[in-house]
Design a protein around this ligand. Structure first.
Ligand code: GTR
Length: 416
């Protein structure tokens, strides 16, 4: 499988403190020089590339391995396949995906496909602690990479996953429920691409140069690495005959929801984008009116590695950010995006996320959808399945079988 060689051209952009202050969301259709975009053509040729450049430079860091033309060749090996898994409803397998550069870490895709219903539309996304947490199937590989200490079955003091974790988070990616709805699902451990900790040249970050002083302020940050990993999973899925390459939906929860949105924005092969409770740095606005929500200052302090150095520099003055998160949603246009939330999870800013959808709508209108988003936030438990969709349920910060009901219901409209 051979993948693109795009060369990014870092533009001369001012440092964060030299940018003009804009109190509201910057107009998604206005270029930095003030030119207003009125056609799909100019959006695609001018504003969309400008936004992609701005998001790399000021927030997520550069899209990996494009500054030099590097070929990302992916090869795969099936580690196991069980055609009678998931109560007989599906086939479960795990595929080892490796890259052309042999020193790069591998990813391990756990794939469930609905028996008798292939090629199937497929949900794809990273998981937090390893594939083995999502099923008790004993063939599923235990990660060997660093895993966070607070996950089930992780050995004390060593950050090593063990078999004691098998199936302990099965409700977060309910494989059987998904295949019973006729969908395939593919997931991988995010830490195989990039372990979730700062300042260590490990995972894919080990492929970056080591600097004597500080790293460049637009160096690829962890959320961008994870999004890149999603794209590498997509590289495999589009070649697999049990998957319908035209019907892929990217899903992720929380920090991995931020990842899902970025992955969708930067890869047009992804047909539907579902960031779940993604909050600040994802579908939550940086210019927030919700006082209970996480702020840019807070997130860049607590998780300095998720975003690039420039983003940290905005600190408490988010008015200088030359975009807001509506622009990341807009980059996905005209592809459907579903933002899902929970009432008790104000930290992820559910109402701010609805504002983000509304502010992204002008880009979608360029594609002829005259009403891409609901007039107001839908009531609890009721899916708004517009092209810019929204769902909020009761309860807390988690990804549950009920959330997956909303995801598959949205997919029933946009991927069937
Ligand atoms: C929190 C963080 C959120 C969200 C969450 C998660 O601590 O503040 O932005 O990413 O972690 O990933 O569960």
């Amino acid at each position: 499988i051979l993948v693109m060689t795009v060369v990014a051209t870092p533009a001369a952009l001012p440092p964060p403190d030299k940018l003009p202050s804009v109190a509201e969301f910057p107009d998604v259709l206005a270029m930095r020089d003030g030119t207003k975009i009125t056609s799909k053509k100019d959006w695609e040729e001018k504003r969309r590339p400008e936004l992609k450049e701005l998001f790399q430079h000021y927030m997520y860091g550069r899209y990996p391995h494009l500054t030099e033309p590097v070929k990302v060749v992916v090869t795969e090996k099936v580690l196991f396949e069980d055609t009678q898994a998931l109560g007989g409803a599906g086939t479960l397998r795990e595929v080892e995906v490796s890259f052309s550069e042999s020193q790069w870490p591998k990813i391990y895709l756990l794939i469930a496909t609905p028996n008798g219903k292939v090629p199937a539309a497929c949900f794809v996304g990273p998981n937090f602690g390893g594939n083995h947490l999502l099923t008790s199937h004993e063939k599923v590989r235990i990660p060997t990479a660093w895993v966070p200490a607070n996950y089930p079955g992780v050995e004390k003091g060593t950050n090593k996953a063990t078999a004691a974790g098998r199936g302990k988070q099965a409700s977060t990616w309910p494989l059987q429920q998904i295949v019973e709805k006729g969908y395939a699902v593919a997931t991988f451990y995010c830490g195989d691409i990039q372990p979730d900790r700062p300042d260590v040249r490990e995972g894919m970050r080990a492929t970056l140069p080591v600097y004597k002083g500080d790293a460049p302020l637009d160096e690829t940050a962890t959320v961008m690495w994870w999004a890149w990993g999603c794209h590498r999973a997509v590289d495999f899925l589009v070649t697999d005959k049990s998957i319908d390459a035209k019907r892929l939906a990217v899903v992720g929860h929380s920090r991995l929801g931020k990842t899902a949105l970025l992955a969708g924005a930067f890869d047009d092969r992804i047909a539907v984008v579902i960031p779940h409770q993604s909050g600040c740095g994802g579908a939550g606005p940086s210019r927030s009116k919700n006082e209970k929500a996480e702020t840019v200052k807070r997130i860049t302090t607590a998780f300095p590695h998720w975003f690039c150095g420039h983003f940290r520099a905005f600190g408490s003055d988010t008015t200088k950010i030359p975009f807001d998160q509506h622009a990341l949603v807009a980059i996905c246009a005209p592809r459907p995006v579903l933002l899902t939330n929970a009432e008790d999870d104000q930290w992820a800013n559910p109402s701010g996320q609805f504002d983000v959808l509304t502010a992204a709508a002008p880009a979608y209108k360029l594609y002829g959808d005259t009403k891409p988003v609901a007039d107001k936030m839908p009531e609890q438990g009721k899916l708004s399945d517009d092209r810019l969709g929204y769902f909020i349920r009761a309860g807390k910060h988690s990804m549950t079988p009920d959330d997956w009901k909303a995801f598959t219901q949205f997919a029933d409209k946009w991927l069937k």
